[in-house]
Ligand binder design. Structure first.
Ligand code: C2O
Ligand code: CU
Length: 462
């Protein structure tokens, strides 16, 4: 199908529909049930048929769960799919048994059964939730939702609106059916499962009215399985305020934002376009630059605001590089470069041909897939540095569960807190984190096609 996205540079006037100010938010009133099941929704533009998706409570994206820092999250997952599932709470510093990784932190939730997730929300920020079982298929079919944890009321920034933008892509046939080629070797060995239809909150475009001179908080979440969004802005002054839920020490003025799979960015956005104009967020794609979100600017111009203050920080540990132990990670494999020395898979040494035959293409430190022993065994409170050498010809989004990390930059300075790091092809980058959360935590590429074909490992903190 040809995605109906409007050309960014040609300007925007032909929006075919106007979304009203619906609130996907939900207030914290005790337990929520998330029922994972197959359903049908109008995903493609109205001239196309409905699409069969897998969804939580028949909604795509799933219900935005909204809480305040310090609340208890209390969610019952019901599995009405025909296969095992779980929920992973992406980016949360939570107790290990709540992390949702089947075979590592919990038993899989079998069809017809349920599982209770209950834990305290210690950090404010933008998070998301998704299955951690057969993720290529389950996430690609629509199972993903956002969890917003608000700062306590007195600490929230003063904004005219606070919106969640779930950026996603879908691989659809011309009849709006999601293609079921989830195990395609080409996707696994190349850039992952890219879609051909991009959506914001499961619509081809988001459109809102916005006051001239107003300030918005936009919570961007990339739930796509492989697409790296490269975002540009028009008629907006954009301040990057938080990455992967964690506030920056000072909001930074930006003109572009790159968002890898699983990453989030909280933007404070001042409307600089005038009344009657349109402010835009656009995505740079191979075939052009396309508007994803449009703001129809209304009302009398207001005085420009001073630069926004930093969001209140979460309580993070201190990363002391001098005390740190270094554990290197070499990423290898995939098309072009391959695994010349083969790799260890399920206890056997295999060459590239044998691995490809088993649907495996990548290795971390020569290990293909989840090894019996973790790549790091840290004692609680230890600081670990992981220099990551991406010797592949592709970009990867490395995600650590349970703890945030900081990038070690030139001269030993530390970058912002993150839970997912985008590494370009051939890049070497280093992360450091305080292993303060006991348990077994996954460390993997968040492009599930890569994860299932070798790019996963784990870290034990005890
Ligand atoms: Cu969002 Cu291991 O994943
Ligand atoms: Cu990858």
């Amino acid at each position: 199908m040809s995605p109906t996205r409007r050309d960014f540079l040609a300007g925007a006037s032909a929006a075919s529909f106007l979304l009203t100010h619906h609130s996907a938010a939900q207030t914290a009133t005790g337990r929520v049930t998330l029922d994972a099941a197959q359903t049908r929704i109008q995903l493609a533009p109205p001239e196309f048929p409905q699409t069969e998706v897998w969804a939580y409570n028949a909604q795509v994206p799933g219900h935005t769960l909204r809480h305040t820092r310090g609340d208890i999250l209390d969610v019952q997952l019901k599995n009405n799919l025909s296969q095992d599932t779980t929920i992973h709470w992406h980016g949360l510093r939570l107790p290990n048994p709540m992390d949702g990784v089947p075979g590592l932190t919990q038993a899989p939730v079998t069809p017809g059964s349920s599982f209770d997730y209950r834990f305290a929300l210690r950090d404010a920020g933008t998070f998301w939730y998704h299955p951690h079982a057969n993720s290529v298929e389950q996430v690609s079919r629509g199972l993903a939702g956002v969890l917003v944890v608000d700062e306590p009321k007195a600490e929230r920034p003063d904004v005219d609106a606070d919106e969640v933008l779930v950026l996603d892509d879908w691989r659809m046939a011309s009849d709006a059916v999601i293609r079921d080629d989830f195990g395609a070797p080409h996707d696994m060995s190349h850039a992952g499962r890219l879609g051909n239809y991009i959506t914001v909150n499961a619509r081809p475009e988001m459109r809102r009215a916005a006051p001239a001179g107003g300030r918005l908080r936009l919570r961007l979440v990339n739930t796509a399985t492989a697409r790296i969004f490269d975002l540009r802005f028009r008629g907006l002054q954009v301040w990057l305020a938080a990455l992967d839920a964690m506030p920056l020490e000072t909001p930074t003025k930006v003109t572009e934002v790159a968002l890898a799979p699983a990453q989030r960015a909280d933007l404070l956005v001042d409307i600089t376009a005038e009344a009657g104009e349109e402010a835009l967020i656009a995505s740079v794609e191979r075939d052009g630059t396309f508007a994803l979100a449009a703001f129809d600017v209304t009302g009398p111009a207001r005085a420009t605001r001073p630069a926004p203050a930093a969001l209140p920080p979460n309580d993070m540990p201190k990363v002391d590089l001098n005390e740190a132990r270094q554990v290197p990670l070499v990423m290898a494999g995939g098309a072009m470069r391959g695994l010349p020395d083969g790799g260890m898979w399920k206890g056997d040494r295999m060459d590239m041909r044998q691995l490809a035959g088993a649907g495996q293409f990548w290795a971390f430190n020569g290990m293909v897939g989840m090894p019996d022993a973790p790549m790091v065994e840290a004692f609680k409170g230890e600081t670990i540095r992981i220099p990551i050498d991406n010797r592949t010809a592709f970009a990867h989004a490395m995600h650590l569960h349970g703890m945030h990390f900081r990038e070690v930059l030139d001269g030993g300075t530390l970058g912002p807190w993150r839970d997912t790091l985008l590494l370009g092809a051939g890049q070497t980058r280093e992360i450091a984190f305080v292993a303060d959360n006991p348990g077994d935590w996954m460390f993997h590429c968040h492009m599930p096609s890569h994860q299932m074909s070798g790019m996963m490992n784990w870290i034990r903190v005890s």
